[in-house]
Design a protein around this ligand. Structure first.
Ligand SMILES: [Mg+2]
Length: 415
């Protein structure tokens, strides 16, 4: 059996851990440039707010206070995501992280009779320790587990276990084919023309027809719906996490721009390495500074800035330059800072990046060359430890005495 553990309304739930006043309110989290809704509380769902809805369409309801709209705090989501996945790992023999708020639990060797108890324990722990609501569905395949957890969420249940694929039929009859895992909106439109509107319609079709119409991916989905385990995570498009981030607390308060600039460049370069390792490119970069929260006599400052790239990128030089220009715009003279961080978000798979109209021949060529350069740098800087090749901006200029533990916590690789 396999489980899908999925955090409910994840970004909103994270925001609620910081601000209990958001409980029982219609809350939405907006995308990076505050353009559209990327997460909704149950109250916001009931108020008719749609996923991806442009913010301007609901601006009157936001202004009136009916709906609370928040800008995304991706560092916070990352931090909580790591803790949630740690709890999942405590209970399942093996987990596959699928997204920032979802993981498959591979329950090999665990008696079926224990599944419900394990699910209840995971959900209770996530709530007690982190205040994040989690729903878990167990079934014979990943696709069915997704359906079970989805239907539990709708019914306000925390855990569902489905032993026989046929029992999912009534639920599948109520779910639109566009909600089937791996079938996008575009593909569902094609299926409508063949009279397939619900997941049950899809499961009822002959396998031969599915194979001829949708190929191997359609066949896998069909088999999974019939209880056969056949989708590996490598088969599904992009299980990329939503963001990568790096942040550190300095050992003491620092007001030296050069020092902080070097830290920001180091964090940005580290983020880029992670981003390329997962095969992604990002559309947005953000930089955050924070003053010491125990030195409140000056008040707490947390300046934050972000930049959207014209085209998704994973280029260290471009991303570091952007990070430093954000730092320039948010840095406050003579204020000592205690913490700094960089995050990259709106991550897309690198191969799906299509050059824009304005990407003239040279820049496309340029991008190919740069991507080879980044690959070469990554292979030289392989493994943990201080990078062998770095940008000049990653080097602190003449600031002895400061060591934030970043450099010394790793041993340089022996090469
Ligand atoms: Mg979720």
């Amino acid at each position: 059996m396999v489980g899908l553990a999925d955090c409910n309304n994840f970004f909103v739930s994270c925001e609620r851990t910081l601000n209990p006043d958001l409980e029982n309110r219609a809350v939405v989290v907006l995308s990076n440039n505050d353009g559209c809704v990327v997460a909704r509380s149950n109250e916001a769902k009931r108020a008719g707010i749609k996923m991806g809805q442009p913010a301007f369409q609901i601006k009157d309801r936001i202004r009136s206070g009916e709906i609370i709209a928040l800008s995304g705090n991706h560092l916070l989501y990352r931090e909580i995501s790591i803790k949630v996945h740690d709890i999942f790992r405590r209970y399942a023999p093996k987990t596959l992280d699928y997204s920032v708020d979802e993981a498959f639990l591979i329950m090999d060797g665990i008696p079926d009779s224990q599944l419900r108890n394990i699910g209840e324990a995971i959900s209770a722990n996530c709530w007690d320790e982190l205040h994040i609501p989690v729903t878990i569905g167990f079934a014979q395949s990943k696709t069915l587990a997704k359906i079970v957890s989805e239907s539990c969420k709708k019914r306000g249940k925390r855990v569902g276990v489905l032993f026989d694929a046929k029992e999912a039929y009534p639920v599948m009859k109520k779910m639109s084919i566009s909600d089937l895992w791996g079938i996008g909106r575009r593909l569902s439109k094609r299926l409508y023309t063949s009279g397939i509107y619900t997941i049950a319609d899809f499961a009822d079709k002959e396998l031969g027809w599915i194979r001829a119409t949708l190929g191997i991916n359609g066949e896998r989905s069909w088999r999974e719906l019939h209880g056969e385990h056949c989708i590996e995570l490598s088969h599904v498009q992009s299980s990329l996490q939503d963001s990568v981030s790096e942040s550190r607390t300095f050992p003491e308060d620092v007001d030296d721009f050069d020092y902080i600039r070097a830290r920001i460049a180091i964090y940005a370069a580290d983020c880029c390495k992670k981003l390329r390792a997962m095969g992604g490119e990002c559309k947005t970069i953000g930089v955050m500074l924070q003053t010491n929260r125990f030195h409140t006599e000056r008040g707490i400052a947390r300046p934050v800035g972000s930049i959207n790239f014209d085209e998704p990128t994973s280029d260290t030089v471009q991303i570091c330059n952007a990070a430093i220009s954000i730092l320039n715009s948010i840095f406050i003279q003579d204020i000592p800072f205690k913490r700094a961080g960089v995050w990259l978000s709106e991550i897309v798979p690198a191969k799906s990046v299509v050059p824009s109209l304005f990407d003239f021949q040279d820049s496309v060529k340029d991008k190919a060359v740069r991507s080879h350069l980044m690959k070469a740098i990554d292979s030289i800087n392989l493994g943990p430890g201080l990078p062998v090749i770095k940008l000049a901006s990653q080097i602190t200029q003449g600031h002895p005495g400061h060591n934030d533990g970043y450099s010394s916590s790793f041993q340089a690789p022996h090469k």
